[in-house]
Design a binder for this molecule. Structure first.
Ligand code: SF4
Length: 325
């Protein structure tokens, strides 16, 4: 593993059992996350972004979900091979996750102080009750929660959605993780709160040096916070590139379609935005060959025969498409 890589996902395959048989939500996905940097994972709903994150965290819903193949190397340690009790100590202290909807992670029947304190109790056995209380208040203050001495005595339903998201970020950071996974953490929030949360994550990252995996369907967010980007489509990686390279020199027809469907300042007024016609194929009916073939304006006969391999088109720029093979 290269020195500047903190997390390396290699050929990850994740399946779910369903009434119609086994479906592969993530199929042969590989990417690297650099120390202290932010990697964005972008794609439409159902492209496998969140399942990838849950696989990395080993938090797939049981018994339906399973990692079939692949490795998830955190500083060389393969999380796929760890036993449940080993994972218990890794999660929160070395790798943490914040979710789109904070109520999925916060327990509605426990006060906020108890929930954030639990993180310290689990990972720092030497801490006294007083130390835990002081640190909990300090972390809530750090994430911009006003009057944290009062908030720790409140229940999640007593504070706003933006505040709940901040509490979850405080809990995720309390264990001082090397890697933070943020799964659409601002989608449910209004735009001003979104901007505050993004700024908060960036400033905490500068302070702690953690790496961040940022999962979103929003290319604007990707442009704002990410260093590198993975574009996913129907469970596969379509393209990986540094963020500027992806925006100015996109290769995969899907990436090009996504980029031409967002408004840009340089567009003259009334410019019609592009639409990617068609739908993402159902995971129950994955076509032979390239998964984007039914929507691709460049599709060729070979695209319908077998999936394309990956091609390095530049240093750090990988694309999975027959146009480059
Ligand atoms: Fe389009 Fe073929 Fe490339 Fe798939 S492999 S994106 S169908 S050109």
């Amino acid at each position: 593993m290269k020195e500047d890589i903190i997390l390396s996902v290699k050929h990850l395959v994740t399946s779910f059992d369903s009434e119609a048989g086994k479906i592969y939500a993530v199929d042969d996905v590989s990417f690297d996350v650099k120390k202290g940097k932010t990697l964005g994972i972008v794609g439409e709903s159902g492209c496998g972004k969140s399942v990838t994150a849950l696989s990395v965290m080993r938090l797939l819903p049981k018994p339906a979900g399973a990692i079939e193949k692949g490795r998830v190397l955190l500083d060389g340690l393969d999380l796929v091979q760890l036993k449940a009790e080993q994972l218990y100590h890794i999660r929160g202290s070395r790798i943490s996750m914040i979710f789109q909807e904070p109520m999925t992670a916060l327990n509605p029947v426990h006060k906020i102080g108890k929930q954030i304190g639990e993180v310290f109790r689990l990972h720092y056995s030497h801490m006294t009750r007083r130390m835990i209380l002081d640190e909990s208040i300090a972390f809530l203050r750090k994430v911009g929660i006003p009057d944290p001495e009062q908030r720790i005595r409140e229940y999640p339903h007593q504070i706003s959605g933006g505040m709940r998201q901040r509490v979850m970020i405080a809990m995720a950071l309390a264990g001082k993780p090397d890697v933070l996974i943020a799964d659409e953490p601002t989608t449910a929030l209004d735009v001003t709160i979104q901007a505050q949360i993004l700024d908060l994550i960036k400033s905490l990252q500068r302070e702690t040096g953690m790496a961040v995996i940022f999962i979103t369907h929003d290319l604007g967010v990707i442009a704002e916070v990410c260093d590198d980007v993975v574009v996913m489509y129907a469970g596969k990686v379509a393209e990986v590139a540094p963020v500027a390279e992806l925006f100015y020199n996109p290769k995969h027809p899907y990436t090009r379609g996504l980029l031409s469907s967002i408004p840009r300042l340089e567009y003259p007024g009334k410019t019609k935005l592009n639409v990617i016609t068609g739908m993402v194929p159902s995971l129950y009916e994955i076509p032979e060959g390239c998964r984007f073939q039914n929507r691709c304006p460049k599709a060729m006969a070979v695209c319908r025969t077998r999936p394309p391999g990956t091609t390095w088109v530049d240093k750090d720029h990988v694309v999975s498409c027959y146009l480059y093979q």
